[in-house]
Ligand binder design. Structure first.
Ligand code: NAD
Length: 368
């Protein structure tokens, strides 16, 4: 199968995203074609990525000057200490700006590694090899990098576009099903904010996509990346328009934070709950019409996607949820900014609501 290719052109960088199976077998050749000459490469690898993939990469590079660092990647380690660890290796091994840092892992690995790449000597070449569905359809596109602090998620970071993204779909075969659902959450979000035709494609083929069947999987990754690419090209640094990508995320981030980022609810599942609740808010505020709303609810139901916030929260969580929503980076006043949906493909941004208004909405959504 020929890889699908997307080219992203932002003010700061032009780069390719390659999507398909068996790409890493030829990684050395692909990098030579897409990057400036480099002498050394440091691979930052999530420890959970099976070694059989790393073996293929080593084979492709043969005797080149490559180094591997295997790290435990989770939200707790997505911090400045991990960034420091990476910077130290680059310094000790005397990397130059012409050399290359490559991340192999999910969104956490790409965000941390990309941030380190942006800092080292003010930026060295960076290749992102996303290994989760979420990172292939979302986080590897658009150049947001960063880490968490005790004050909140992703509050320290930079915009740093990679020089190349290689989305080898073989990685997804070892991913737990729960993580596949997380990636699907962002695919669905992209369809809802940008493309009704793509939503219909998902509605027809979601089972094939979730089972990782070709070419449905590659098509879904490609379309999802294309939607994000179009948004990022218009507004690389999230001045305004890029905010549409946060559809459902104001609720989602608050849900995750309220549960202390526990395994009970991971990021993608929180996004699905957040999208579901933002749809309900849009409908109850007469922004999203009943027929389109039903179409989307039906998709959630058919595909058994997480949608019931009552499984995770009760009325006693509302104040905590609201306090996290207030910390959202998009808020510019005391009100809470929400991205809402008018109809599929038509999001609306810059709607701010008083805290008490959202509080009474949440009270009605929660049963106990
Ligand atoms: N930069 C952006 O624009 C952007 C966008 C969305 C999300 N994010 C960030 O991405 C992160 C979530 O990304 P994620 O869902 O990929 O999480 P992740 O990196 O934690 O990966 C999910 C899980 O899958 C494991 N894993 C990774 N590849 C595997 C493989 N091939 N086989 C088996 N297991 C594998 C990981 O170890 C982890 O346990 C969050 O920190 C979020 O803030 C960033």
């Amino acid at each position: 199968m020929k890889p699908k290719k997307l080219i992203i052109k932002t003010v700061s960088q032009k780069y390719s995203i390659l999507i398909g199976p068996n790409l890493i077998v030829n990684i050395s050749k692909i990098m030579k074609k897409n990057l400036n000459n480099f002498e050394k490469c440091l691979f930052i690898v999530d420890k959970k990525v099976p070694k059989k993939f790393i073996f293929l990469i080593k084979k492709s590079f043969q005797n080149k000057n490559i180094f591997f660092e295997y790290l435990t990647m989770n939200e707790k380690n997505k911090n400045l200490q991990t960034v420091n660890k990476i910077l130290k290796i680059l310094l000790i091994k005397n990397f130059s700006r012409k050399d290359c840092l490559i991340t192999i892992g999910g969104g956490i690995t790409g965000d941390v590694g990309g941030f380190a790449a942006s800092l080292f000597k003010r930026g060295l070449q960076f290749v992102n090899i996303p290994t989760t569905l979420l990172s292939q359809v979302d986080s590897s596109v658009g150049g947001k990098t960063g880490v968490n602090t005790k004050y909140g998620k992703n509050l320290i970071g930079s915009f740093y576009q990679p020089n190349l993204v290689i989305s080898d779909t073989n990685f997804l075969k070892t991913l737990p099903y729960r993580e596949i659902i997380c990636g699907y959450a962002e695919i669905l979000k992209h369809a809802l904010i940008a493309n009704k035709k793509f939503f219909k494609y998902l509605d027809k083929n979601f089972l094939r996509i979730l089972k990782l069947h070709s070419p449905f999987l590659e098509n879904a990754i490609y379309e999802s990346c294309k939607i994000k690419k179009d948004v990022v090209q218009k507004d690389e640094k999230e001045q305004d328009f890029r905010k549409i990508l946060n559809f459902g995320h104001t609720f989602a981030h608050a849900f995750e934070a309220t549960l202390g980022y526990s395994k009970k609810l991971n990021h993608g599942e929180a996004v699905l709950l957040g999208v579901y609740i933002a749809l309900s808010f849009s409908n109850k505020n007469k922004i999203l019409k009943r027929n389109e709303y039903s179409l989307i609810l039906n998709h959630f139901k058919k595909s058994s996607l997480p949608s019931n916030i009552n499984k995770f929260f009760s009325k006693k969580n509302i104040n905590k949820i609201l306090s996290f929503m207030q910390k959202d980076k998009k808020n510019i006043s005391k009100k809470i900014n929400l991205i809402l949906l008018k109809k599929i493909g038509y999001p609306i941004i810059n709607n701010s609501y008083k805290i008490n208004y959202i509080k009474s909405f949440l009270k009605k959504e929660l049963n106990n």
